[in-house]
Design a binder for this molecule. Sequence first.
Ligand SMILES: *Cc1c(COP(=O)(O)O)cnc(C)c1O
Length: 356
Amino acid sequence: MINETLPIKVNKTTESRINQIDWDNLPFGREFSDHMLVMNYSDGKWQTPEIKKFESLKLHPATSAIHYGQSIFEGMKATRADNGDVLLFRPDMNAKRFAESCERMCMPAISDELFVDLVRNLVEVDNEWVPKKKGYSLYIRPFMFATDEFIGIKPSDNYSFIIFTCPVGVYYTKPVNVKIEEFYTRASRGGVGMAKTAGNYAASLYPAKKGQEEGFDQLIWTDGIEHKYIEESGTMNVVFEIDGKLISPAEDTDTILKGITKRSVVEVANHFNIPFEERKITVEEVIAALREGRLTDAFGAGTAATIAPIAKIGFRGELVEIPTNSPRTFSTKIKNYLDDLQAGKEKDIFNWLVKV
Ligand SMILES: *Cc1c(COP(=O)(O)O)cnc(C)c1O
C-alpha cells in the first residue's frame, strides 16, 4: 500500500523485464527488478522520492563518493509467504543501523519510519518480483552516496539515496572453509567497522583473495590489535558451538558489524532454551576446542545466507575439520525456524515481520 502521508512520485515503466527472468536459476545479485527508488538530498533536505524505471546512473567524474568513499548500504530481504503475502524481516533494524552508518560517515539521516516506508513502497510496486520458490527471496539494497561534484575533502552537501531489488536464489549451497586471519585487519578500534560503509568491503578483498589462493572460501577476522580475539567471518557474524553451547563474539566493540541475523539467532536460541553466550572468544580457545572435538558446529550469520555452515577451519597452516557427522542440531533448528517464519509458516511471536 502506498503511504498517503508521504509525497512520493511513481512513474512505472511500461516495459517490464519480468518475463525474461529464469526463475528457477537465479544467481545472487545479477538480476534486477523493474523499478528503483531515488531520493536526493540538496539544500539541506531530502527531496521528494521517486520510484521509476531501473536504469543506469549518470555521474560527474568528480562525484565525491567515488573518490573519498562516503558511501553506505544496507542489505535486507522480502519473502513470499505461502499465502502469497510479501513479508519484510525486521526492517526497523536495518533503518536503525543505516542511521548509525549515516552518523559515522557524516551523512544526512533518514528517519526510521521513512526508510521503512520507502522500502515498502518500492517492494509493493515490484511485488511480482518477489520469488515464489521455496528458499528464494527478493534481496533489497538501500544505499546512499555523496554526490558533490567537487574534489575537496569534506562531508558532501549533496547525496543520493537509492533502493533497488534483486530476486535471488539460495546463497550458499555447501559448507565453507575459513582461515583464521592473523595479519590483515577488517576493522580497528575507533575505525568504521560498525558502519556498513563501502571501504570496509574494498579493504577486505585483498586479504580474502590471498585466502582464496590458499584454498579458503572466507576469512575469520580477528581483532586488529593482538589478532587474539575472533570477530567476524567474511561479511557475516560468526557463531560456534563448543561444549554444547552456542557462543559468539560480544558486540561491545566498534569493530564488529551488528548483524540482524545474528541478533535474531540469539533471540530464537533464547526462545528454545538453547544456551547462548556472547563474550570475548580467543582464537586459542576455538582451536583447542576444535582439536579436542568439543567444537561441533560453526556458522556465519547474515541476511544473504541466513546461516552458512563452516566445514573446516584453517589456522597457521593446519586445517581442522568440524566432524562431518556433527548433527548441528541447534543451528539447524534455528535456521528452520527463521525460514519458516519468513515463509509465514510460524506464528510471528516476536513481531518481526512487516507485511508489504
Ligand atoms: C551486513 C554484515 C553482517 C550481517 O548483518 P545482517 O544484518 O545479519 O545481514 C555481518 N558482518 C558484516 C561485516 C556485514 O557487512
